[in-house]
Design a protein around this ligand. Sequence first.
Ligand SMILES: NC(=O)c1ccc[n+]([C@@H]2O[C@H](COP(=O)([O-])OP(=O)(O)OC[C@H]3O[C@@H](n4cnc5c(N)ncnc54)[C@H](O)[C@@H]3O)[C@@H](O)[C@H]2O)c1
Length: 367
Amino acid sequence: MSKAKTGLGLIGTGNIGQMHLLGIAALREAGLVNVEIAALCDIDKESLNRTADLYEVNRIYDDYNDLINDENVDLVYVCTPTSKHIDIVKAAAKAHKDVFCEKPLAHSCPQARELLAVAKSEDIKAGVGLVLRFDPFLLYAKKLIETKDFGRPMQASIRDDQRFPVDYGFYTQWRGDKSIAGGGTLIEHSIHDIDLLRWFFGDITSVYAKIGFFSEREVEDQASLLMTHKDGAVSTLVSIWHQVDRQNERSIEFFFENGFITIRLETENRWLEYHLQNMLPVRINVHEANIALLEYLGVHSKNIAPEALDALTTVGTERFPAQSYSFIKAIQADEDPSPNFLDAIAAHNVVDAAYESANKNRVIDLL
Ligand SMILES: NC(=O)c1ccc[n+]([C@@H]2O[C@H](COP(=O)([O-])OP(=O)(O)OC[C@H]3O[C@@H](n4cnc5c(N)ncnc54)[C@H](O)[C@@H]3O)[C@@H](O)[C@H]2O)c1
């Protein structure tokens, strides 16, 4: 991409579309990215008009093909419900526009592979919204593991719970409809956790899973997975969509031969604690964790204005602007974004295997 300023077109002005626009506008205001929100698209006219007013965008469309073919748009954000991702990503690739697509990329790994093939054949860059890769506490944990003697990884456990996001939270009926969402708590929400486990402990080589349908909807609201990693570590994941009026919570534990890291995410009071051999436990707060995020992004907190710091660390939730910052910088530098479609495919492969395992009641080997 040779233009000095990137024209960004966003399709789907719902929950996550708003989150991205808020972050991108803050990054632009703070002078961190040279990008223009050039065009918006949604089939919901009221949401489209309201969002266009808010961000002062005058190129608005109800057909995504029109946005994709707008010559002011260089880069397309795909933020529609999951079932539309395939058609939109393919159309953008065929128009030679770079793409950021929300997770899950598709309903299955073969579909996700199709998208990678199109992105490759049309030679576009393609990033995916596996946003935990920009969580300050997880980046802090990554750095800890790289710099201290934790020894070999032994066991990771994640318990991820969320109130069923149909009549609560996101308030999206489509999340209860398998033909749109592709599945429930596992693919729609915990694909993030699968990516996280792979990111920390390496490729997953086998999966055994049980899934449940307690709400009697079409999509699962309970998934329990036992996974092995290529170097012998084991992970467990418990993913629940319940009806309890409580905040989302992601509770993560990593055990190594010489150390332990526990992380609480999603609650208002987020923290990380680690404990190494011959040391007292150390608790890390959000300010310390944010330093790890800034380092990862290559931004030095001392050299940037307070509003730029705010844009990256406190707007909405800090992960989304950080993700857009990293993605847009990569596109403008003509580099591959991270995470990308290959990362998404690896996570989809495990999700598919977990559904297969639950259906067949046996371990599924991968690789
Ligand atoms: N990365 C994350 O943490 C995260 C969080 C929330 C949602 N998501 C993902 O983002 C996607 C959207 O989720 P959401 O909660 O924002 O949904 P949403 O229903 O709130 O928003 C989707 C928007 O897309 C619009 N839309 C639907 N079909 C369209 C079409 N053909 N053309 C243009 N617009 C269309 C809808 O009118 C709606 O405004 C899903 O794939 C979801 O899994 C990711």
